[in-house]
Structures are given as structure tokens and as C-alpha cells.
Ligand binder design. Structure first.
Ligand code: FES
Length: 150
């Protein structure tokens, strides 16, 4: 079957079965920033936006994205640049596997919450796991990014 999805501002026709996950389809068409992790909706590395709302693409059947707008980190690269820099400065980008999903979650949080405190940030991002950084470096980077964007 064919699905027509607006991906990062571009109308895209994807060949897929309706039950294929959005994650599988995005990677099949070459969007490798969208990472595959637990594939059970628990680790956050596959986070993308569906109509501006963060979703776990491993748990979204591609049929749900038909006619909708999907955004991956490639679609927000300018906005993400300062966050990427802050993550790097604070030593939070170790293996980097979690970074694209984390970036999509942080940028969504920035739109939803006005200057969250550490507790608010930790609560919003509790579905985005990182096996390397211990989260403190990420927290410093995210706070630095949010303060600079004020
Ligand atoms: Fe390695 Fe987060 S930096 S999983």
C-alpha cells in the first residue's frame, strides 16, 4: 500500500503495510536519525513529532500517519543547533544514540512548558532513556539551552 505523509515539510509517498511502524518506514526511506531501541515504547530513542506532538514512532502504525505531518530532527536542525552545542559542551553526547529522540522531546517541551524547573524537565523527559550520561550532563545542557533561549 502507499501512504502519503508530509515528512519534514515534504510530501512523501511511502510503500508499506498499514501495520508497519512509523519507525520502520522512516528508516526504510533513509531517515536514519530516527533510532531503533526497545521497540516497545519504553526508551524514547525513536521520538518524532506527529503533527507537532512527540510520539514514539516504534509504537505508531504508519497508517496513523497517513495525510499527517511527521517531523524528525532533520526538520528542526536550525532550532536544534544550540541544543546540540549545549549537549556537547556539557559532555552529554557520549555515544549519541539517544540524542535525536532527546532533541525532539526537548524542543517539544520548550513549546509546551514555560521555563520548567529541574523537576519539570525530568518529569517531561522521563521517557527518554540514556545509558551513558547519567542524566546530570543532559540536565545541565537542557537548562543552559532553555536559559539562552529565554
Ligand atoms: Fe549514549 Fe545517551 S549518550 S545513550
Amino acid at each position: 500500500m502507499q501512504f502519503k505523509i508530509n515528512i519534514n515539510g515534504r510530501s512523501t509517498i511511502c510503500e508499506a503495510q498499514p501495520e508497519d511502524s512509523l519507525l520502520e518506514v522512516l528508516r526504510r526511506i533513509g531517515i536514519y536519525s530516527v533510532r531503533s531501541g526497545c521497540e516497545t515504547g519504553n526508551c524514547g530513542v525513536c521520538t518524532v513529532w506527529l503533527n507537532g506532538t512527540p510520539v514514539l514512532s516504534c509504537s505508531v502504525p504508519v497508517a496513523r500517519a497517513e495525510g499527517q505531518c511527521v517531523t524528525t530532527v532533520e526538520g528542526v536542525s536550525e532550532e536544534a543547533a544550540a541544543l546540540v552545542e549545549a549537549l556537547s559542551e556539557e559532555g552529554a553526547d557520549q555515544c549519541g544514540y539517544c540524542a535525536p529522540g532527546l532533541i525532539m522531546a526537548v524542543l517539544a517541551m520548550k513549546r509546551e512548558l514555560s521555563m520548567p524547573d529541574e523537576e519539570g524537565i525530568a518529569h517531561y523527559l522521563n521517557g527518554n532513556l540514556c545509558r551513558c550520561s547519567g542524566y546530570r550532563a543532559q540536565m545541565r545542557a537542557i537548562r543552559k539551552f532553555l536559559c539562552a533561549e529565554k
